[in-house]
Ligand binder design. Structure first.
Ligand SMILES: Nc1ncnc2c1ncn2[C@@H]1O[C@H](COP(=O)(O)OP(=O)(O)O)[C@@H](O)[C@H]1O
Ligand SMILES: [Mg+2]
Length: 267
């Protein structure tokens, strides 16, 4: 399989207190084209820091980053801001947990879905942008995309807003979609719908997905491979089957046992 992303010995350390705090420790990953990898672990285990590093969003002065993040042969962890910006929203799409905070409350949905096109396809006509936005909204299974295009975030349900975020992240047809807890604020049935949507987009467009969640049952449903993180370390990784049915580590076993019975039935 063709490799899309490789992370080698990623280390992230905060220096904003007297004692440096290592939040990601020797993280390694290889992600192939079309592959879905899940990163799972309880809150505070370093998942979001890892996701932000890949997305080029960790650019603070009080932190030290070591290692390599190689996307399609290009090292991004130490690349310049302008080099990283070329990827953000174009080859690398991102969605985060709370769509209400990621969406601008005073801008119409259509304007926000088109944002990456305005940045990365500056020559595209207004009409073509509109056409692509409607197509993207339809692609995430929003009914009446023309109506949604003209609406504001507060007029939509949480599930619809998350679909809008996915439409915005997918509009430039990224090769990699980073989804950091994209369903955490939603109820279980909506979570399942979003997971199915990501599954369909992966199959139809061959988009690789890095799916980050504290919820092992969701990760199991969607991902081909799973990385279990705890306290900044990878404690276990393998195919979804291996990790779920033959976990090696006590920590993984605990995560599996912690899945609520109801979720086991639904998911
Ligand atoms: N600004 C910061 N300064 C110091 N430590 C931080 C900061 N932001 C996050 N952290 C720490 O980094 C660790 C990993 O956080 P994070 O990646 O957000 O975890 P997760 O996404 O798995 O819940 C946590 O222990 C958190 O306390
Ligand atoms: Mg997080």
């Amino acid at each position: 399989m063709e490799r899309l992303l490789e992370i080698k010995n990623l280390n992230i350390e905060f220096h904003d207190h007297d004692i440096p705090e290592r939040v990601v420790n020797n993280f390694n990953l290889e992600l192939a084209k079309g592959e879905i990898v899940g990163i799972v672990g309880e809150s505070g285990s370093g998942k979001s820091m890892t996701a932000m590093a890949i997305a080029g969003l960790l650019r603070r002065h009080d932190m030290e980053k070591k290692g390599e993040i190689i996307f399609e042969g290009k090292e991004l962890l130490h690349a310049s801001r302008s080099e990283v910006r070329q990827y953000q929203g174009d080859d690398i799409g991102m969605i985060f947990q709370e769509p209400m905070t990621s969406l601008n409350p005073v801008k119409r949905i259509g304007w926000q879905v088109e944002e990456s096109l305005r940045i990365h396809r500056p020559d595209m006509s207004k009409e073509e942008r509109y056409r692509r936005a409607i197509e993207s909204l339809r692609d995430v299974e929003l009914e009446e995309p023309e109506k949604v295009y003209r609406q504001y975030p507060h007029e939509l349900s949480g599930g619809m807003r998350q679909r809008v975020m996915i439409a915005a992240a997918m509009i430039c047809e990224p090769k990699l979609l980073i989804a950091d807890e994209p369903t955490t604020a939603l109820d279980v049935t909506i979570q399942l719908q979003i997971v199915k949507l990501l599954q369909r987009l992966n199959q139809e467009k061959q988009t690789s997905i890095l799916f980050i969640s504290h919820d092992l049952s969701l990760v199991k449903k969607l991902c081909h491979r799973i990385i279990v993180m705890h306290d900044g370390n990878i404690v276990e990784s393998g195919s979804t089957k291996e990790v779920f049915y033959q976990p090696k580590e006590e920590y993984t076993k605990q995560l599996i046992q912690a899945i609520p019975k109801l979720e086991k039935l639904i998911l």
